[in-house]
Design a protein around this ligand. Structure first.
Ligand code: TXA
Ligand code: MG
Length: 344
């Protein structure tokens, strides 16, 4: 199959992409978070192709991308007022809401759950594709299952060239990590995945917010978890990733003592001078967490190379979007965290 390259700036692109979606084809779509691997979310056969091409486990449900709050009630029932308050405040934007699913949403899309995740992406071309297609677009992150997410069209083509009908190039994704997921079928609402909309921002609208344990701790493969996607080792290059905590100088001492040929260091830009002989790669600035989220997946992809043996990684701490970066990096590291103080 030839994969068509479309530009989000080409006024003809949304209609071409929408036509492909209507025909049941796969189209990779840009969003402000990461690129999605899109298909008609109401078409079981099209949705099945997503799972097949991505190599995604069948028990991992998909997000339905919609044009805005006016579409929530088309696909969800018993929608609480809180959903509309959140949509009003954060849509279009990096927030996904889990709500009870209407029967027209195929069980293949929801992986058999009675709930469905909905989100309105902050990308005009993609909303136009959804509008013209006349159906919600089901889209997981466009990476091959388990790999770091795709934040450029080149990443998408690396994973799927020749296997999907088209990719719409909207440039590098602004946020760079996937949307925040909040489950509104529970009281209090529960954070299932941190992202560009921060827990602090959610609390300001919702009052109370529970945090799912999958966000902060490793999950047993057999465990029943609220967001099935959170239990897999994820976002990971093929080699081992080890997070080295501690202060800048503690981490640098540890890494210098253990560094071997073939290892790499994934660090903050401020730390580059500390690792001159350790093949360092900076993914953003520690003092500006938005640069870390925007750069994380491109850096993890660069490290996904057979020549790389191990990655020593520096992980941000704190609230805001740093919390989402911390979550993704810990999952990429399968929660292997070295405390240099304890390890002397
Ligand atoms: O930013 C994003 O959300 C991107 C872009 C493309 O929109 N999409 C994305 O999709 O990250 P994906 O499939 O990589 O991650 C979706 C997560 C998975 O962890 C999945 O288990 C969870 O959402 N999820 C989907 N439907 C759910 C539901 N009904 N209940 C709980 N979790 C759900
Ligand atoms: Mg994903």
């Amino acid at each position: 199959m030839h994969t068509m390259r479309l530009s989000a700036e080409d006024p003809a692109a949304p209609a071409i992409a929408a036509e492909l979606i209507r025909k049941g084809e796969l189209v990779a779509i840009p969003t402000e978070t990461v690129y999605g691997l899109g298909a008609d979310g109401l078409n079981e056969a099209a949705v099945a192709k997503i799972f097949q091409v991505k190599g995604r486990p069948q028990d991992n449900p998909l997000i339905l991308h919609v044009t805005g709050a006016e579409q929530i009630a088309l696909f969800c029932h018993d929608v609480p007022q809180a959903a509309y308050r959140l949509a009003e405040r954060f849509w279009p934007g990096p927030l996904t809401m889990v709500l009870p699913a209407r029967d027209l949403v195929p069980r293949r899309t929801t992986a058999g759950l009675s709930t469905v995740a909905v989100r309105c992406p902050d990308c005009a071309a993609t909303r136009e594709i959804i509008r013209l297609a006349g159906v919600p677009i089901a889209a997981p992150s466009a990476n091959l299952s388990g790999k770091p997410s795709t934040t450029t069209a080149a990443h998408v083509l690396h994973d799927h060239d020749g296997r999907i009908a088209a990719v719409v190039d909207g440039g590098p994704c602004r946020v760079g990590v996937e949307s925040t997921i909040v489950d509104l079928t529970e009281q209090p609402p529960r954070l299932l995945r941190p992202g560009g909309v921060t827990p602090e921002q959610l609390k300001a609208v919702l009052g109370e917010l529970a945090v799912d344990r999958a966000v902060v701790a490793p999950i047993d493969q057999d465990a029943v978890v609220k967001a099935p996607g959170m239990k897999y080792r994820h976002y990971a290059p093929q080699c081992q990733v080890l997070i080295v905590s501690g202060t800048r100088s503690q981490a640098a001492s540890y890494i210098h003592a253990h560094f071997a040929p073939g290892d790499r260091v994934l660090c903050f830009a401020e730390e580059l001078p500390l690792y001159e002989n350790c093949a360092p790669l900076a993914y953003g600035r520690e003092d500006d967490a938005a640069t870390l989220s925007a750069g994380l997946f491109a850096a993890l992809r660069q490290l996904d190379d057979p020549s790389v043996n191990r990655v020593f990684a520096r992980c941000p701490q704190g609230g805001g979007v740093a919390y989402a970066v911390e979550n993704r990096l810990k999952k990429a590291a399968a929660f292997q965290i070295i405390d240099p103080e304890a390890d002397t």
